[in-house]
Write a protein that binds this ligand. Sequence first.
Ligand SMILES: [Zn+2]
Length: 453
Amino acid sequence: MRLLEEIDPGIGNHLYRFASELYPICRSITGDGVRQTLAGIQSRIPLQISEVPTGTQVFDWNVPREWNIRDAYIKDAAGNRVVDFQACNLHVLNYSSPVRKVMSLQEIRPHLFTIPERPEWVPYRTSYYREDWGFCMSHNQMQALTDGNYDVCIDSTLTQDHLTYGECYLVGRSTDEVLISCHICHPSLANNNLSGLTVATALAELLVGRELRYSYRFLFIPGTIGAITWLWRNRENVGRIRHGVVLTGIGNESEFHYKKSRSGNAEIDRAMKQVLHENGRPYELLEFSPYGYDERQYGSPGFNLPVGCLMRSVWGTFPEYHTSADNLDFVKPERLAESLRVCASVVMVLENNRRYRNLNPYCEPQLGKRGLYRSTGGKPIEAEINALLWVLNLSDGSHSLLDIAEQSSLPFEMIHNAAGKLQENGLLSVFYESADQAREAAAGNIAQVTSRR
Ligand SMILES: [Zn+2]
């Protein structure tokens, strides 16, 4: 399977355009903004949409009411909108209960949110689990308000309806799954939200219709409550998840940060480290912590799933986080494209990482007589020969190709290619370590995969 070679050279611009289309939508943890966003994703990949009724108990939580909003503003005595939801959906405290009242500035003040240190930016605030209403505005905007009465309107509804999420499941040879999860609950914020879901959509598009070793499950869910709801409904089957990653905040200029899964040493953690290392730019690995994105739910002790989180900037550590400055200028097409390439490379590692057995383990086999001492170009290529020697030496059934790549400091793809060449020459065979792999082998699949390069 070739993935990276098939990524459209213009993919960065496609991803950026998709993010721009979704940017104006007012999303929240429930409501039509989520449905509209899922419809956009569904126009690109097969997506099953689930609607879970308000009030459904999901572990220690309840599915909240559905929130929808038509309009919101604060009008001065002359009828001018001094704060206007139509100009920017961040202006309303997300999940605000409805309000329609004439109030003095004094009465309104406790409901206004600003960022005094960044007087031109509008903060993004929510009140999901405590009923409240409010407006977010720039500090400058607030300071310009004069005493007097204002017409305050939040034309929203909180109703007994549904929580909505989307799921794209791609069937592989094994029922073991790779989980890719991203949140879809932030309104007009570009990096936090749209970067993750556009890259996840593009990765699914890339995998659709391919013959895959693993099955792939892409989740497009509201943060926290969406993951909890999905885990509740699928709690019997989560054991199938062998590798997983949460994608978020992967469109800005910052270097990559990968937060490891709870165990810290899962195959996904090592695959991610290998790929980020090979990417050639600085990156940082973070230990697991019970704070962050939905990896917290997947990594709760009852599930303890091997799910990490790929980010660029880390939540809460950069000024644009949860503000109007996390806009379409903050994300870059080439960074979105690079994030997709990293994700596709991780898929390639997971798909190809196996253990092999050296069929000629007593001294080195004579590579020259098999034509393995020369590359196709005719001259000896040291790294390629090293890769052959490393694979031969460590293929004792206990080292995987990822182990060999790590130990040899050679690129995973080179190690994988070396294993393919050795297998073609009868020097190596797949080591079946589980009943699942043996089943795959019985179906002739492993042989096909390794020889069809
Ligand atoms: Zn957030």
